[in-house]
Design a protein around this ligand. Structure first.
Ligand SMILES: [Zn+2]
Length: 139
């Protein structure tokens, strides 16, 4: 998987450099990402967002023709960097969805969708997250 500049090999001591090079999204997106990052235990991750053109997106479901709305995430576990690519503005449900992909990397799309829906409605998402069993565990 290619995640641009975050894909470069870095040592632990270089992580602060990556941080300064990452393209941070502007608030309130940034606040929402920080909020869910913390809740999901991803606070030691770099989360970038990159806006792309619909013409850069090819979807199998539409016969490989470019020009589709897209929100997706690429994950680099080695340097704990995730990049959300999006062709449209992203909202809180997109952020929850993509961060769930990062936190629970073995989950199916359906599991991520179901948990996103639940988390959005909960007054206390923290206790719900605490009960989720991560299949993927961090070192
Ligand atoms: Zn998804």
């Amino acid at each position: 998987m290619s995640v641009g500049e975050c894909y470069q090999k870095q040592t632990e001591s270089d992580l602060s450099l990556i941080k300064s090079r990452c393209n941070y999204p502007s608030p309130p997106q940034r606040n929402s990402i920080a909020f869910w990052q913390l809740l999901l235990g991803l606070d030691n991750w770099q989360i970038k967002t990159i806006r792309i053109s619909e013409m850069q997106v090819i979807d199998d479901h539409y016969g490989d023709i470019p020009g589709h709305e897209f929100v997706g995430v690429t994950i680099d576990n080695a340097i704990r960097c995730a990049t959300i690519y999006h062709t449209r503005s992203i909202f809180e449900d997109d952020i929850i969805h993509e961060l769930l992909h990062v936190r629970f990397q073995d989950w199916t799309e359906e599991e991520v969708v179901n948990s996103t829906n639940k988390l959005q409605k909960l007054d206390n998402p923290k206790s719900y997250i605490a009960e989720l069993k991560p299949i993927y565990t961090f070192k």
